[in-house]
Design a protein around this ligand. Structure first.
Ligand SMILES: Cc1cc2nc3c(=O)[nH]c(=O)nc-3n(C[C@H](O)[C@H](O)[C@H](O)COP(=O)(O)O)c2cc1C
Length: 324
């Protein structure tokens, strides 16, 4: 099977995985604005190994989104083996293993970032996946995690797994101890780029075209992973691309933003049925974040039940509010 990672332009832009956020509708919007690689939300290896209908539905994707990478979490090599077979059968372009999630529901079962404390076990899990599938295998790590008095870093882990056929590594440049705040450890990402022969994707704190450029220059990463920077701003992919090419970027017009919001709502309804509007509420709040009167508008948007209600509220917003 083709290793799509090596065919991507550099630096490429990836929509990083976000549980509860990167569903089909949101991913489609990010793809339309130029994301080169799309990650799904994480999925339980256990559920995939059992061919859980609910998980398969959660992971549904469209061919237009490809390359789509399915991210799995768990901690049992035999389960990972079965999950990888299932992911390949579903038609994904790649499979990613989560070694970075700090959420208790994942770490309490020994998954996510807690695995970084045991590089040998990480290697077993990766080997099980590589053995099960011809898909390119990638991993997502954090910069570091403390283990008693010792610090285990992304470089330690990458050194341990370098004999395995891992195609790509995404490094979230923050430690387990500072999961989402503070400056990412750019030096650690650059260090991984120096030791890992495959594709390196830098992630953490890329919230603007300027920070994207700083990340590329400081790390020489092959690609950038964008997560929270895309919330309410799926057009950030287009802006980053413009900025990297020309040193300038443009803010979408009010018409473009309005069209984007309404298309997103329609996609959410098409892909999730009436429940799609409930899922959309948080996205709508992100779309208006930071705008004048955002609090009041958000209060209305988080209660919407229909597309028409969204349309009415969004249309009532004067142009300068959304384009400011
Ligand atoms: C709501 C939310 C859900 C996330 N879910 C996942 C996930 O399922 N898998 C994963 O590897 N990382 C997950 N992350 C971490 C992001 O992929 C990313 O590494 C992190 O947010 C740092 O990037 P940023 O500074 O661009 O947001 C999640 C982050 C957020 C904010």
């Amino acid at each position: 099977m083709k290793n799509f990672w090596t065919q991507l332009p550099k630096p490429f832009l990836a929509l990083a995985p976000m549980a509860g956020v990167t569903d089909l509708a949101f991913r489609t919007m990010c793809k339309r604005f130029g994301a080169d690689v799309i990650y799904t939300e994480f999925a339980s290896a256990n559920a995939l190994a059992r061919h859980s209908k609910k998980t398969q539905e959660m992971l549904s994707f469209s061919t237009g989104e490809q390359p789509v990478v399915c991210q799995i979490f768990g901690n049992d090599p035999s389960v990972f083996h079965a999950a990888a077979e299932s992911v390949e059968g579903m038609g994904f372009s790649g499979i990613d293993i989560n070694f970075g999630c700090p959420a208790y529901k994942v770490t309490r079962h020994g998954g996510g970032v807690s695995l970084m404390r045991n590089p040998a076990h990480c290697a077993e899990l990766i080997a099980a996946v590589c053995d099960a599938t011809a898909l390119p295998v990638s991993v997502k790590l954090r910069a570091s995690i403390n283990d008693n008095k010792k610090k285990i870093t992304a470089v330690d882990l990458v050194e341990r797994i370098k004999s395995l056929p891992v195609s790509a590594v995404m490094i979230h440049g923050r430690s387990y101890e500072l999961p989402f705040d503070g400056e990412p450890d750019i030096g650690m990402i650059a260090a991984v780029k120096r030791v890992f022969k495959g594709i390196v994707i830098a992630n953490g704190g890329i919230l603007s075209p300027e920070t994207a450029q700083e990340m590329v220059e400081a790390t020489h990463a092959d690609g950038l992973g964008i997560a929270r920077g895309a919330l309410g701003r799926p057009w950030i992919f287009r802006q980053i691309r413009e900025y990297l090419a020309s040193g300038a970027f443009h803010e979408p017009t009010w018409d473009e933003k309005k069209q984007c919001i309404m298309e997103h709502v329609k996609l959410a309804l098409e892909t999730k049925g009436p429940y799609g509007i409930i899922e959309m509420r948080k996205h709508l709040a992100w779309y208006v974040k930071g705008l004048p009167r955002a609090k009041k508008i958000r209060e209305e948007l988080v209660k919407v039940k229909t597309l028409e209600e969204v349309q009415r509220i969004i249309m009532a917003m004067p142009e300068q509010e959304l384009s400011s």
